[in-house]
Design a protein around this ligand. Structure first.
Ligand code: NDP
Length: 300
């Protein structure tokens, strides 16, 4: 049995950000504008702080104008909405991202819905959700993790995914549903599974492409994977790792990786698979948003 191709998300994300740096330089040469990305973080959630720091670092490395607004955990909803409204009108800002989760006293929907759809680089505004759902991906800003999943799938299978069968395990608005829409747009035959799905192992066994977005450590076993299938593991789960010392943990995906290696044709590791792609696709959305807001044509 041949072992699966490991889809190295870190390396692929680095090649995407190299392309973005070149797109940024072209934009500067065309009209002397730098893409501007504003990230808002409320409170001191350590995981969110790490993400926001990485986003800022990558944005600067790509040549963007990168702004981070750090607000205290007790900031009022009104103040946050006022900041979003101000950024909506700021011509130097082309992408706005409000890091989730927000504290309980702030309505996430209210905040996300206020972001101008053209600047909504997370792709969560109902307008962008609708554009993606109706197949208008050329006008939408597409959520970053799902876009990264499709890019990784194409690295494994080539640009043409037509006719492939895809099973997406998970139906969240931020991962499962948009991944399904994107693969449908690529002419895959798509099934979305969830917690009420019957005979999940058999369903997964029929898939050329498996996307796992469940949030349950190693739930998808190796013998569920069809020989040669492409496996994209979105899951990020911390489990105890006593071998590393008392109280230590390690990160695992939703797929039993070591088992799946012997079945899959290609597979993403966790960490180092889908995770790094999310930030790269955020950068890509920001340059796209900048070009559209500036009335420039899209690049191929
Ligand atoms: P959600 O909790 O929002 O959704 C999980 C989905 O899995 C739900 O649709 C749920 O079904 C389904 N599910 C739960 N249990 C089962 C089961 N036993 N069998 C089949 N389906 C099941 O999670 P997210 O989509 O937000 O995230 C999924 C995973 O991806 C998490 O581990 C998260 O940390 C990770 N993630 C990683 C990112 C990255 O950049 N790498 C970005 C975003 C998320 P139902 O709807 O019926 O409840």
């Amino acid at each position: 049995m041949t072992e699966a191709l490991i889809l190295n998300g870190k390396a692929i994300a680095a090649s995407v950000t190299d392309e973005i740096t070149a797109r940024t330089a072209r934009l500067a040469a065309e009209i002397g504008v730098k893409p501007g990305l504003a990230v808002v973080i409320v409170g001191e959630d350590p995981a969110s702080q790490v993400y926001v720091r990485n986003k800022g670092r990558t944005a600067s490395a790509c040549g963007f104008n990168s702004i981070t607004h750090t607000l205290s955990v007790d900031v009022s909803e009104e103040k946050l909405l006022a900041l979003v409204a101000e950024m909506n009108e700021d011509q130097a800002i082309h992408g706005i991202l409000v890091q989730l989760p927000l504290p309980k006293h702030i309505s996430e929907n209210k905040v996300l819905n206020l972001i101008k759809p053209e600047k909504d680089v997370d792709g969560f505004h109902p307008i962008n959700v609708g554009l993606l759902g109706s197949g208008n991906t050329d006008r939408a800003l597409v959520p970053c993790t799902p876009a990264g999943c499709v890019l990784l799938t194409k690295r494994a299978l080539g640009a043409d995914l037509s006719g492939k069968t895809a099973v997406i395990v998970g139906r969240s608005n931020i991962v499962g549903k948009p991944v399904a829409q994107l693969l449908l747009q690529e002419n895959c035959t798509v099934t979305i599974a969830h917690s009420r799905t019957k005979d999940l192992p058999d369903l997964v066994r029929g898939a050329d492409i498996v996307v796992a977005a469940v949030g349950r450590p190693q739930m998808i076993r190796g013998d569920w994977i069809k020989a040669g299938a492409t496996v994209i593991d979105v899951g990020m789960n911390r489990i105890p790792a006593p071998e590393k010392g008392e109280g230590k943990t390690r990160l695992v995906g939703d797929v039993a990786y070591d088992e799946a290696l012997g079945h899959a044709g290609a597979i993403t590791p966790v960490p180092g698979g889908v995770g790094p792609m999310t930030i790269a696709m955020l950068m890509s959305n920001t340059v796209t948003a900048a070009r559209r807001l500036l009335g420039l044509t899209e690049e191929p």
